[in-house]
Design a binder for this molecule. Structure first.
Ligand SMILES: Cc1ncc(COP(=O)(O)O)c(C=O)c1O
Length: 441
């Protein structure tokens, strides 16, 4: 049989074998869509909410307020702020962390190292005096993950100190080879944290987790959650933005960090086009998340059957929209990403090149660091900015720049050369992409 045809049938067979898993995803989509629909109806969302505003945004016709109300209800929070002015997930998470933390407080990351872009926010990596939490006198500690990649429950039971003001829980795996957390596990962690210190506030990095389950972290006690609208809750339509949701006072504090104390949540203009996209994107988000989850199930099935290590394992319930595959070599990682880019609707004619990305540490720096630890600690502050960035490869032939709710993949060029796949408006596109990938590697 012709090679292309043989690969096509291989993928089709994997799809056929996933019938019951796909059916379960449809049920999840129905459940979350129903919750969203009710929230839209209760807030009486109408076309007048899509008008947007200019300048200070004071003459806004209620769209901003309705969107915040709808979002808060959907995630089970008292309050929410959903804004185009959040640049990204990192920005929204940063506003939430700065809302909670004051000099002398401690931030405790309870699910191992947080996502790479938070290193400079925390001051784990030198932010060069630009105002990291560390610069403001906030201490930082991590509870490493257990050997099996889950939370270290025993260590967590005695991890808090009297000045631990905020516990950070990252729901999704990020660039770590670890299990993503279920909302149930997050709820258990919150109970353990609050038992030790009821005043310790819990912040959940909710990126990639929204609508993957029928519950969200505020429903199990998270004080704040934050995320990006060019990931799950933007439904592939929101062109920018992010959100913070949770307890009212803390949402207001995060809003004050986004804008200024005193301006509250009633400021900030957003064009009408964007307001409509936010509402529409949020409404179809569960469906897009469902497509992405089906994509992850298919990737895991196909790549594991070809002998690659995958995380999560095939057919296990998903807790985020990310599927990691260990490709074992730089060559294979590049080939995978190139195949994804070739199969994309936008920029299919371009070749992704590993590059430097703001917020990510440098591969060069890491290599040097491991070899000349002492020397580098002294030198790092003098390094040119380019060298302080990690080499990450991104394949995102997406309509919205960097949107990872659309089909995309990326990975840092470091051992074990894992590619992190996510998003997709149709799982069938992942089927086509996998055909290309199998040919390429
Ligand atoms: C778990 C997690 N948190 C935070 C972020 C940062 O989000 P953004 O790229 O929107 O800043 C990412 C990005 O992929 C992530 O995976």
């Amino acid at each position: 049989m012709h090679e292309t045809k043989r690969i096509f049938y291989y993928v089709v067979k994997a799809v056929d074998s996933l019938y019951s898993e796909f059916r379960a995803v449809d049920n999840l989509v129905a459940c979350n869509t129903s919750r969203i629909l009710k929230a839209f109806q209760r807030a009486r969302v109408g076309s007048h909410h899509f008008g947007g505003s200019t300048g200070y945004g004071h003459d806004e016709a209620g769209g901003r307020e309705a969107l915040d109300q709808v979002f808060a209800e959907i995630v089970g929070a008292e309050s929410a702020i959903v804004r185009s002015q959040f640049f990204s997930g990192t920005h929204a998470i940063t506003c939430a962390l700065f809302a909670f933390l004051r000099p002398g407080d401690e931030l405790l990351a309870v699910a191992g190292a947080p996502y790479d872009t938070l290193e400079e926010v925390i001051g784990k990596r030198d932010s060069h005096g630009l105002g990291s939490l560390k610069d403001f006198g906030v201490e930082y500690r991590e509870v490493p993950l257990a050997e099996n990649g889950s939370l270290d429950w025993e260590a967590l039971k005695s991890a808090l100190r009297p000045h631990t003001k905020c516990a950070l829980i990252q729901r999704s795996c990020g660039y770590s080879w670890r299990r993503s957390l279920s909302v149930d596990e997050i709820g258990t962690a919150i109970k353990i944290i609050k038992m030790q210190n009821p005043n310790c506030l819990v912040m959940v990095d909710n990126c990639y987790g929204e609508f993957v389950e029928i519950v969200e972290p505020p429903m199990v006690g998270a004080d704040l959650i934050a995320g990006s609208l060019i990931k799950n809750p933007g439904g592939t339509i929101a062109p920018c933005g992010g959100y913070v949701a949770g307890r009212k006072h803390w949402v207001e504090a995060a809003a004050a960090r986004l804008s200024a104390p005193g301006l509250g949540t009633d400021c900030g203009s957003t064009s009408g086009d964007i307001m409509r996209a936010f509402f529409q994107g949020l409404f179809i988000s569960p469906q897009m998340v469902g497509e992405a989850i089906k994509g992850t199930l298919l990737i895991a099935e196909v790549m594991a059957s070809k002998g690659y290590k995958v995380q999560p394992l095939p057919r296990v319930p998903r807790h985020d929209t990310v599927q990691a595959v260990q490709l074992g070599s730089r060559k294979h990682l590049l080939a995978f990403c190139e195949a994804v880019q070739r199969s994309s609707p936008v920029g299919s004619f371009t070749k992704p090149i590993a590059g430097t990305t703001p917020g990510y540490a440098s591969e060069i720096l890491e290599l040097l660091y491991n070899s000349f630890r002492y020397f580098l600690v002294k030198m790092s502050s003098k390094m040119p900015h380019r060298l302080r960035m990690r080499i990450v490869i991104f394949a995102d032939g997406t309509f919205i720049d960097g949107s990872t709710s659309e089909l995309s993949c990326d990975g840092p060029l470091r051992e074990p050369f894992a590619v992190f796949c996510q998003g997709g408006t149709h799982w069938t596109q992942w089927g086509l992409v996998l055909g290309e990938v199998l040919k390429a590697i």
